[in-house]
Design a protein around this ligand. Structure first.
Ligand code: IPE
Ligand code: IPE
Ligand code: MG
Length: 253
């Protein structure tokens, strides 16, 4: 996205540009099953999944969505076979290195949420570089959840708040939603409006537990490597047909 006028390019006519989600979060699930169905090793699904994410990022940018967050690796995913975990770490590193130039050209601001300290040091270095070199970009805010767990994030926030109390910087009564949010990995990023999960699983799998309180959920049976613009379009249509009531009484009632 080099010029403002490019926003909303190709936005399908049946979508209302004034009612798009500001922030879309995706649980990219089904890579392994996609590969297995083709009689190929699971890692082939992950490889294909990267291309799908790249296209979704471009699509969000073209259609004027402000933020995209993708769940790439959960705190529980370490429990997978070592070979798969190592493949994923190497894949993340390689993709970051290869895509940085294009992300810079397209004004993407990339960020990571999760316990990054536990990642291989070479991956941490690529992450640091990508974050630093894109931090002032005015385009889409692209957040990758890597070694992310919603529970771990909440505990980390509690610890850091407790430390501040111990140091006498704040009082227990100062803790409210806005203070708490500032201690989460996602501090400064608005909550997701729409959360999409592929592969038909009806669960959050520890993703954005706090932030998804009022996200609209959309689950498709399509496996992540087959998720395309047409699928995303369907998710947005579904989103725009809903009434977000936030606990209040709806206009239609
Ligand atoms: C999601 O696809 C990618 C990651 C968790 C890294 P899966 O690898 O979970 O694929 P399935 O769910 O086993 O098909
Ligand atoms: C969620 O998918 C994590 C990511 C997409 C990174 P999983 O495949 O790990 O979730 P479960 O095990 O089906 O709940
Ligand atoms: Mg899965």
């Amino acid at each position: 996205m080099t010029a403002k006028h490019k926003i909303f390019q190709d936005l399908p006519a049946d979508l209302d540009r004034n009612r798009l989600p500001r922030h879309v979060a995706v649980i990219m699930d089904g890579n392994g099953r996609w590969a297995k169905r083709q009689g190929r090793p699971r890692i082939m699904g992950h490889r294909r999944g990267v291309d799908v994410l790249k296209d979704l990022l471009r699509c969000c940018r073209d259609w004027g969505i402000e933020a995209l967050t993708a769940y790439a690796f959960s705190t529980e995913n370490w429990g997978r076979p070592l070979e798969e975990v190592e493949f994923l770490m190497t894949l993340f590193e390689r993709v970051l290195r290869q895509e940085l130039r294009e992300m810079k050209e397209e004004n993407v601001r990339i960020q990571f949420v999760g316990n990054l300290d536990a990642l291989p040091t070479s991956l941490q270095a690529e992450i640091e570089r990508a974050v630093l070199e894109t931090k002032d970009n005015p385009g889409i805010r692209f957040t990758v959840a890597t070694n992310y767990g919603g529970r771990q994030e909440i505990i980390k926030a509690c610890r850091s708040i407790a430390t501040q109390i111990q140091q006498g910087l704040i009082q227990p009564d100062d803790i409210d939603e806005s203070l708490f949010e500032r201690h989460l990995y996602t501090a400064g990023i608005c909550d997701p409006d729409l959360m999409i999960r592929t592969s038909g699983e009806m669960r959050l799998s520890n993703f954005l537990l706090w932030q998804a309180a009022y996200a609209e959920l959309y689950v498709t049976d399509t496996l992540w490597p087959d998720f395309d613009r047409a699928e995303f379009h369907q998710a947005l249509i579904s989103y725009q047909q809903r009434e977000r009531r936030f606990g209040k009484v709806g206009k239609k009632l």
